[in-house]
Design a protein around this ligand. Structure first.
Ligand SMILES: Cc1cc2nc3c(=O)[nH]c(=O)nc-3n(C[C@H](O)[C@H](O)[C@H](O)COP(=O)(O)OP(=O)(O)OC[C@H]3O[C@@H](n4cnc5c(N)ncnc54)[C@H](O)[C@@H]3O)c2cc1C
Length: 381
């Protein structure tokens, strides 16, 4: 069997690695348009459950990742001058996106995947002769675009604007800042992902975008505005840019997971909104599920792709709905910010429908106790 994986993001590398490791006789090639050792973005968050799944599936990759991750349980949520510190029940981990890709590229080479960097693939027609084509080429997938009718692609462009920056020091504890500033509404989400770097995602609503004239500014000038809005948190540190283009989020979904021998994996299948911090996790879970399907169906590509969709659709649908509820909440963030701090945080934590008030007791115990007016540790009933 000959397999072409297009896109060296988390899911492309991970699927290539898993397949080649378990089926050395399969010819697995990965085509990445960018050069090796470069990528967009900064650090990404990966929860404990995700890491457990990676540990169960691929221990060497897990060990390399763990050694490069930073964990925390604490997050401060700020709302216009007031703040509450949450202690989560489980620790959240973060890793540099570049480091994660280095680990996965190494793991691919280690098992014999042929890696072709600086090699864009813009059409499945370029890959004649491959039995399986994996479209792991991200949110703007070219392979998906050439078959949108077959995949049943739907696209909604959100109104809020955002950019992904870094900061050259560990900003701890991690925080979410909701700030009304000179008549505008701004949000920042930051966390440390190494001893020397933090991720810093900045966002504003559409009214703010035009009110501040951000639509007419360069990205450099927009960065300067964010440095002014979040001056207290940055404390003199500049925002670091890495392809940090201000944009609107494309909420892309596809009715079908595959068409012929082309399968959509990760963001090309469904772009997970960054506010649920799960896109990398979902992409890697897709990779593990596609691998599992091939374990079960051998080299029968049609059967494996049908099995992949069967395994993955329920989880993807659940997370897709959670992501939709989350971005709808952010699209209306100025209205939500009119509440007092504690109901605001409660609404924020339960916005996706995945965390019920009951689940908050274990998910965010310090907040649950404070919100329900109890001292920590005091019996609930
Ligand atoms: C601001 C922001 C913050 C985020 N924070 C988090 C977070 O905290 N936690 C988390 O889990 N997720 C986060 N995500 C989401 C996460 O980055 C994505 O969901 C994840 O990268 C998807 O992985 P992927 O492998 O599907 O695609 P990608 O990582 O996008 O990789 C696709 C690859 O394909 C390559 N490619 C594209 N076109 C071609 C072509 N024609 N030929 C060859 N190669 C091509 C690209 O160069 C790229 O390397 C965030 C996203 C954003 C925007």
């Amino acid at each position: 069997m000959k397999v072409a994986v297009v896109g060296g993001g988390p899911c492309g590398f991970y699927f290539a690695r898993l397949l080649k490791r378990s089926r050395p006789e399969v010819d697995v090639e990965l085509f990445e348009r960018g050069p090796e050792g470069a990528t967009w973005g900064f650090g990404v968050g990966l929860g404990g459950r995700t890491m457990k799944e990676i540990e169960d599936t691929d221990r060497p990759v897990y060990q390399a990742m763990i050694a490069s991750m930073r964990f925390t349980r604490t997050q401060i949520i700020h709302l216009d001058g007031e703040a509450f510190t949450l202690e989560y029940g489980a620790a959240a981990g973060a890793i540099s996106r570049l480091r994660l890709l280095e680990i996965l590229a190494f793991a691919c080479r280690d098992v014999g995947v042929k890696l072709h960097f600086g090699t864009p693939v813009d059409s499945a027609a370029q890959l004649d002769g491959y039995d399986l084509i994996v479209a792991s080429d991200g949110a703007s997938s070219r392979l998906r675009q050439e078959r949108e009718a077959e995949f049943g692609t739907k696209r909604r462009i959100l109104r809020n604007r955002f950019a992904w920056y870094g900061v050259g020091r560990p900003m701890e504890p991690m925080a979410l800042i909701f700030r009304s500033f000179e008549g505008g509404t701004f949000v920042a989400h930051y966390y440390a992902y190494s001893d020397s770097m933090s991720t810093f995602v900045a966002e504003c609503d559409e009214a703010t975008w035009y009110k501040f004239g951000l639509d007419r500014m360069t990205d450099e000038a927009r960065k300067a505005v964010m440095e002014r809005v979040f001056a207290t948190e940055l404390d003199g540190a500049p925002l670091v840019a890495n392809h940090s283009i201000w944009r609107q989020f494309p909420a892309v979904t596809n009715a079908h997971f595959y068409s012929g021998n082309v399968v959509l994996l990760g963001d090309s299948q469904r772009v997970a909104h960054f506010s649920i911090g799960s896109g990398t996790r979902l992409a890697m879970e897709d990779a593990a599920a596609l691998h599992q399907a091939f374990q079960q169906c051998g080299s029968d590509v049609a059967a494996a792709l049908a099995r992949f969709e069967e395994i993955r659709r329920p989880g993807r649908d659940t997370f897709g709905e959670a992501a939709r509820r989350s971005f709808e909440w952010y699209e209306d963030v100025a209205r939500h910010m009119r509440q007092p701090l504690m109901p605001f945080i409660h609404e924020f934590l339960t916005r996706t429908g995945r965390i019920s008030d009951e689940r908050l007791r274990t998910y965010a115990p310090s907040f649950y106790d404070a919100y329900h007016g109890r001292r920590q540790g005091e019996p609930v009933a």
